[in-house]
Design a protein around this ligand. Structure first.
Ligand SMILES: [Zn+2]
Length: 331
C-alpha cells in the first residue's frame, strides 16, 4: 500500500508533538501532587533507585536471580502503594502515567514490524478528508445508487436496456472497489453526460480510500493545467509538481471528463506520459469520458487509443440524462 510520504511524515510529526504534550502534562500532574502528598515523591525516588540498583547487580554479580527477584517484588509493592494512595485521594490509578492514544506504539508511530496501524488509520482518514473536498458527488455511496432512474426500454442499437446496462456497470464498479489491491484492472467509463459515470467513479474513490489506498481524483482539464504549470513553471509551480507526483503515483487515479479539454498536441503528450507511466507501474486508472472508444485515436493519437483499448475494461453508459429526471421528480 503506497502512502504519500509527505503525509506520513506530517502524521508522525503531529504524533511527536502530541506525545511531548502528554509528557509535559504528566510531569505537571506529578509536580503538583507530590507537593500535596509527599509520600508519592518518596515512592518515585525509590523506584528510580531500584532500577539503578537492578542495573548494577546485573553487571557486577554472578548470582543475580534472587537479588533481581527481590528488587522486582519491592518495585511492584511500591507501584501498588502508589496506586492505593491515588485512589484513596480520589484520583484514577493511572493519574500520573503519561497519557497515550495508541497503546500498541505508545504514540511513537512505530511497532517492531514497522509503521503502526494507527498511523495507517490516520493516513486513510486524512486522505478521505482530502478526497471529499475534490469529489463532485457529495456523500453518495454504492448504497445510494438508484437503478430506477434508468429506463427498462431496450436500446435500439444493442438491444440491452439502460437499466440492465447500469446494473452491470454498478456491479462491475462495486467489485472493482471491493477487490482493489488484490487484482489489477483499468476502467474506461464512456457515454453521454448525466448517466452516472461520475457518480460511480466517486463511489469507487470513496470505497477504495476507506480501504486504506491512496486515491487521486481530478478532471482532465485540471490535470492538464497542472502539467502546464509544472512544465512552463507558471502558476504555483511547486504545488503543480506535487500534483503531478500524485497523478503518477497514486494507488488509484480517476480522470473525470476526459475529452472536455481543448484538443492539442500538449494535452495529448501529457495524457501519453500519464498513461504510460501508470501502465508501466501497473497502477490502476479509471478514465471517464463522453468520447466513444472509436473517437480516441482521432482525438488523441493511435498510440494512446491502442493503450486504452488494449488495457482498459470498457463500461458503456446509455439512457436519458438522470440529472434531468431527478430535477423533474423534485417538482
Ligand atoms: Zn500506534
Amino acid at each position: 500500500m503506497a502512502y504519500d510520504r509527505a503525509l506520513i511524515s506530517r502524521i508522525l510529526r503531529q504524533m511527536e508533538q502530541q506525545r511531548q504534550q502528554h509528557e509535559a502534562e504528566a510531569e505537571e500532574r506529578r509536580y503538583r501532587l507530590t507537593h500535596t502528598i509527599p509520600r508519592l515523591g518518596e515512592i518515585d525516588r525509590e523506584l528510580r533507585a531500584t532500577s539503578a540498583k537492578a542495573m548494577r547487580i546485573a553487571f557486577e554479580s554472578n548470582n543475580t536471580d534472587s537479588a533481581i527477584a527481590a528488587l522486582r517484588d519491592r518495585n511492584l509493592a511500591l507501584q501498588d502503594e502508589k496506586r492505593h494512595i491515588l485512589l484513596e485521594n480520589g484520583y484514577p490509578a493511572d493519574y500520573l502515567a503519561v497519557a497515550c492514544d495508541c497503546p500498541a506504539c505508545r504514540d511513537t508511530g512505530y511497532v517492531e514490524s514497522g509503521l503502526c496501524d494507527c498511523v495507517r488509520r490516520r493516513a486513510a482518514a486524512e486522505q478521505k478528508k482530502d478526497l471529499s473536498s475534490l469529489l463532485p458527488v457529495d456523500r453518495e455511496t454504492f448504497d445510494t445508487f438508484r437503478l430506477d432512474y434508468y429506463s427498462t426500454q431496450p436500446d435500439s442499437r444493442s438491444g440491452i436496456s439502460p437499466r440492465e446496462m447500469a446494473k452491470f456497470n454498478y456491479q462491475k464498479c462495486s467489485s472493482f472497489a471491493e477487490t482493489f489491491g488484490a487484482s489489477y484492472e483499468n476502467l474506461l467509463l464512456y457515454g453521454a453526460a448525466g448517466l452516472g459515470k461520475t457518480f460511480l467513479s466517486s463511489c469507487i474513490a470513496r470505497r477504495v480510500t476507506e480501504r486504506g489506498f491512496s486515491v487521486t481524483y481530478d478532471t482532465a482539464i485540471s490535470i492538464f493545467d497542472q502539467y502546464n504549470n509544472a512544465k512552463f513553471k507558471s502558476g504555483d509551480f511547486s504545488a503543480a509538481s506535487q500534483a503531478l507526483a500524485r497523478f503518477r503515483n497514486a494507488d488509484l487515479l480517476i480522470v473525470d471528463d476526459l475529452g472536455t479539454e481543448l484538443p492539442g498536441a500538449f494535452h495529448t503528450s501529457c495524457l501519453y506520459d500519464l498513461l504510460s507511466r501508470r501502465l508501466m507501474a501497473r497502477l490502476p486508472t479509471i478514465l471517464s469520458t463522453n468520447l466513444l472508444p472509436g473517437e480516441l485515436e482521432g482525438r488523441y493519437s493511435a498510440a494512446i487509443a491502442s493503450r486504452i483499448l488494449g488495457e482498459f475494461t470498457q463500461l458503456r453508459f446509455i439512457g436519458d440524462d438522470i440529472r434531468k429526471i431527478r430535477k423533474k421528480q423534485r417538482f
